[in-house]
Design a binder for this molecule. Structure first.
Ligand SMILES: Cc1ncc(COP(=O)(O)O)c(C=O)c1O
Length: 322
């Protein structure tokens, strides 16, 4: 099924206008710039989040999805990298609301908080370097199609936690995803699935992965070098609503090929069904029934239509007196 509300521009669009939060204040996006010598730019010593906000035309409201959970993970990533963020998760949610209000968005948007070693400095270390923080947003629709995806198992190996912390959303680590994605795209696939160093499934290049076998939803554990996905957690909640049994355990590569259903989940991909992996048809070759049920529930909840999950969404304009 499609997430069938009006979609915004794609992730490839260049951002050159609007209002950003940077150095503790709102400012025009074009003024939120850094030096060419910035540590984070030279060494990838930064961390970020990807958050979606969904426009609900019926409510005339923009809903930030799982805002608090994203900023809590952001603070955990920063802690691992010894980046000082001088705000609590709740304060960061509030600044994000203010930034979105200033942009007057009335469409789906993607929000990018970014914290990094901000000093113009050569030394390769983490301690004693000035940190910077920014948050900006861009209109965005579906990142990839939400059905019919063709994937391949990448020959690039997913970064291990003791190489670059995999549960932190580290800027430099996305070289790994970019290498895998680029190769997959040039070979005609929509997505790359990453194995860990031991040859077992970790996740997809920028999303977590579930397989369905014998009616059970199975995903890899948080110790499998994955990013601890917020959407993955949302899937557990929706699975409980739907009475689906879930299991966290290691997944072998060839279990992908014989699974009844495979889907990816993440802020960008949302919930996307995979129909083919390495030229093998998955299940019946179209989005399976459990994936479709989860997609329906997800797209209702993210736009604030599911009263059981109203706590997933933070209204941007509420109380603003429009
Ligand atoms: C490597 C990686 N894994 C998993 C995910 C899914 O995480 P989330 O559901 O929090 O967006 C993402 C996307 O943010 C990602 O980049």
């Amino acid at each position: 099924m499609k997430n069938n509300q009006a979609q915004g521009p794609s992730a490839r669009q260049e951002i050159n206008s609007g209002v950003a939060f940077f150095r503790g204040e709102l400012m025009p996006f074009e003024n939120a710039n850094v030096s060419i010598a910035t540590h984070g730019l030279n060494y990838g010593t930064g961390c970020f989040e990807g958050i979606r906000a969904y426009w609900n035309g019926d409510h005339h409201e923009l809903y930030i999805l799982k805002a608090r959970e994203h900023f809590e993970r952001f603070l955990r990533s920063a802690k691992i990298l010894k980046i000082q963020v001088p705000y609590s998760a709740d304060e960061l949610v509030e600044w994000t609301r203010k930034m979105l209000q200033a942009n007057r968005f009335e469409q789906d948007v993607y929000i990018r908080p970014l914290a990094f070693k901000g000093a113009a400095m050569i030394k390769v270390t983490l301690s004693g370097i000035r940190d910077e923080l920014g948050i900006f947003a861009v209109p965005m629709g579906d990142y990839v199609a939400t059905e019919g995806l063709k994937a391949t198992v990448s020959n690039w190996v997913r970064i291990a936690d003791n190489i670059i912390p995999s549960r932190a959303k580290v800027t430099g680590a996305y070289i790994n995803a970019a290498l895998a994605n680029d190769d997959a795209a040039l070979d005609g696939y929509d997505e790359a699935i990453m194995l860990s160093q031991d040859g077992q499934v970790a996740e997809a290049s920028s999303s977590n992965l579930f397989v369905v076998r014998q009616g059970r939803l199975i995903t890899t554990p948080v110790t499998a070098d994955i990013l601890e996905g917020i959407t993955r957690q949302a899937v557990f909640e929706l699975a409980a609503d739907l009475g689906f049994v879930t299991e966290e355990r290691a997944i072998d590569r060839t279990e992908l090929y014989v699974a009844d259903e495979v889907f990816l989940c993440g802020t960008g991909v949302q919930l996307a069904g995979v129909v083919e992996i390495d030229h093998r048809t998955i299940g019946i070759g179209e989005t399976g029934p459990m994936t479709a049920a989860l997609q329906r529930a997800y797209f209702q909840a993210v736009r604030g239509y599911d009263s059981r999950h109203r706590d997933w969404v933070t209204p941007v304009y509420e109380g603003e007196g429009r």
